[in-house]
Ligand binder design. Structure first.
Ligand code: ZN
Length: 424
């Protein structure tokens, strides 16, 4: 299939009866193309301007008096296209493309020419590079009409909110929260009904927007720019409203409050210790304000001026880890694993059992990242953290101190990778 897409053709106009193509080494060094004997004018569908790869003719096929060979378009006297005929047959942009195809004045024998390299010799390597160019051009084409959700995902990852909140946000938007409905649909024995009100199936929208306790919590947001709970909508649809028409601060508060509602739902369901709805509202706002305050403080013992995030090489996965430690609150950790395109493969977040120090929290989240990657069967990994002291301990084999045993475990675990690198 690939070879049929990347051939240059040289065609002898005198051999109209023979629709085959013959290799012509003499024409390899040029990018010209001579066409004659494709079965009909739709033979152009094999070509594109320049490389003539993947060009699809959309001009409606016409009736011709004789067999409509491509060579019919070539004037054997002038050794050039029959310009008027081409323009009369094809749509203007297609005629323009065809007329840009240079012809070999010497009209050599029909031939097939491999354009993957200057020598015209087929190598898998050259086919690979051509295939990659197809992939790249297709991706560029997709970007020309962006999905609004793509913009939302990008906005979410840029929000100035804690990592655990980003991960919650992503999970809730891709219907990844363990709501009762999701659990029942995944074969876990439960009714699927909301554990809070027991009035409806607990979808993500019900849990975060439409359940009575959720509605009453949203009612605390007096100057909310959008109507959130009046009509049943997906969480993503509401988030798109915020993303397209609201401010970043509104979007942050929207997700923070959704997170707080979910947290309270879990406390009430699993711990029998939910808080009142005023506190749910306050908890969301406190989460944001504490994070912003922490971001404004100078960071100690962390890596200086982190550079922009870069995708890993092809075949390698990048594991980003981060932890949050705050006095009086259990530490939180988050892991995100992305591939060479930057696409998210997996993510994990946890509230740890205790308020650990920043150093221990960072060591634990690195360990969590390595474990998650090994669970996924990843063999080549870059593990990235902003904790300078932990990265140095791992790379230098420093196994003492309060995190020495965790570092030892990380080193032992990481020996299961075929290749891995720890970096800032
Ligand atoms: Zn409910």
């Amino acid at each position: 299939m690939l070879t049929s897409l990347v051939l240059h053709l040289t065609v002898d106009p005198s051999s109209i009866a023979d629709p085959s193509f013959i290799v012509d080494p003499s024409s390899i060094d040029t990018t010209f193309i001579k066409l004659k004997s494709a079965a009909d004018f739709m033979g152009f569908s094999r070509f594109r301007d320049g490389g003539l790869v993947g060009f699809h003719v959309i001009t409606p096929q016409s009736d011709f008096d004789d067999y409509p060979m491509v060579s019919s378009l070539i004037d054997v006297d002038t050794r050039w296209w029959k310009v008027d005929m081409v323009r009369s047959i094809f749509l203007p942009f297609e005629a323009s493309t065809i007329l840009k195809i240079p012809l070999n004045y010497n009209l050599p024998e029909d031939s097939l020419i491999w354009i993957g390299n200057k020598r015209g010799v087929f190598y898998v390597k050259s086919a690979y590079h051509i295939a990659l160019s197809f992939v790249d051009s297709n991706e560029e084409g997709e970007c020309s009409s962006p999905d609004p959700r793509t913009a939302l995902w990008k906005r979410i990852w840029r929000l100035k909110i804690p990592q655990k909140l980003k991960i919650f946000t992503w999970r809730s938007c891709v219907n990844g929260l363990p709501t009762m409905l999701n659990l029942s649909q995944r074969g876990i024995h439960c009714s699927g009904f909301c554990p809070i009100c027991d009035k409806a199936l607990e979808s993500t929208a019900h849990a975060l927007l439409l359940c009575d306790h959720a509605k009453l919590t949203w009612a605390h947001w007096l100057n909310c720019p959008f109507e959130i709970t009046s009509s049943p909508r997906d969480l993503v649809d509401v988030a798109l409203d915020f993303n397209e028409n609201g401010s970043p601060l509104d979007l942050e508060l929207f997700f923070a409050l959704a997170w707080s509602i979910w947290w309270n739902r879990n406390q009430a369901t699993h711990e029998n210790s939910g808080i009142n709805l005023d506190q749910v509202w306050e908890r969301a706002n406190r989460l944001l304000s504490e994070y912003k305050n922490a971001c404004s403080l100078p960071t100690l013992s962390l890596a200086p001026s982190p550079s922009a995030w870069q995708v890993p090489p092809l075949g390698v996965f990048k594991i980003n880890t981060d932890g949050a430690a705050s006095d009086g609150y259990p530490s939180c950790i988050g892991v995100a694993i992305r591939d060479y395109r930057g696409s998210l493969l997996a993510a994990s977040s946890k509230i740890l059992a205790a308020p650990f120090s920043a150093e221990i929290t960072e060591a634990l989240v690195l360990q969590e990242g390595v474990l998650l990657a090994l669970d996924l069967g990843i063999s080549h990994a870059i593990i990235e953290s902003d904790a300078l002291s932990i990265i140095q301990a791992i790379t230098d084999g420093v196994l003492g101190g309060v995190v020495g045993h965790i570092v030892q475990n990380i080193k032992d675990l990481s020996s299961s990778f075929s290749w891995c690198s720890f970096q800032l």
